[in-house]
Design a protein around this ligand. Structure first.
Ligand code: HEC
Ligand code: HEC
Ligand code: HEC
Length: 127
């Protein structure tokens, strides 16, 4: 019984920490608004899926665009940047800058993206 209690406590503590980490993610201006309006599920039907699967989604979409000329908003890198960017003093902060949406988790897992050597890091231009 005592062991069970310890296991239970350990689990609770871990999930509290996991939640704490999530809370620090800087979602970006528009994404924060949409989240507050309760619209998250319209965009990402499952959070755990987008967390895990976004590299595959993006690369799949890239292939569709580059090889088949299919350009839609779904899984578009431009769209991620549009919605997940932050502004500071009326200017967009590059989305891959430290503590911005596309860098916070990546810093933690030691991933760095080469995507933004070509793609815009701020909303509303081509590529
Ligand atoms: C060498 C330059 C270059 C690099 C690096 C690059 N891309 Fe692209 N990407 C392009 C070009 C060019 C297109 C075609 C744009 C078009 O025709 O609309 C494209 C298109 C895309 C598209 C489809 C358009 C959109 O926004 O939906 C996605 C998604 C994409 N790239 C994702 C990525 C990701 C993710 C990475 C990093 C892993 C990456 N790209 C790295 C040049 C690059
Ligand atoms: C129209 C706005 C919008 C677009 C476009 C969008 N997102 Fe999101 N995204 C959101 C919102 C809102 C949330 C917050 C969901 C929540 O916490 O309820 C979110 C959450 C996420 C999360 C989870 C963050 C966390 O808390 O762990 C990831 C990862 C993510 N988005 C990646 C992407 C990627 C990659 C793209 C582009 C393929 C993208 N998003 C496009 C609005 C958007
Ligand atoms: C909730 C945390 C989180 C957020 C937010 C996040 N990522 Fe990721 N991303 C990861 C993790 C973890 C990996 C490594 C996963 C793996 O290797 O399978 C990764 C890997 C990637 C990769 C593959 C890199 C490679 O070299 O294989 C791409 C592309 C990518 N992320 C794009 C983005 C973009 C674009 C954004 C912002 C719109 C973003 N990510 C936001 C967690 C996140």
């Amino acid at each position: 019984m005592k062991r069970l209690l310890i296991v239970f406590l350990a689990l609770t503590v871990t999930s509290v920490f996991a939640y704490g980490v999530d809370k620090h993610i800087n979602l970006g201006d528009r994404a924060t608004e949409l989240k507050n309006e309760g619209k998250s599920r319209d965009i990402h039907p499952s959070l755990s899926e987008i967390r895990k699967m976004h590299p595959e989604f993006l690369l799949h979409k890239r292939d569709k665009t580059v090889h088949q000329g299919i350009r839609t908003r779904r899984d578009s890198l431009k769209e991620c940047v549009d919605c997940h960017s932050t502004t500071k003093n009326d200017e967009y902060v590059p989305i891959n800058a430290p503590e911005q949406f596309c860098s916070t988790c990546h810093q933690k897992v030691g991933t760095s993206l080469d995507c933004f050597s070509c793609h815009r890091t701020t909303p509303k231009e081509d590529l």
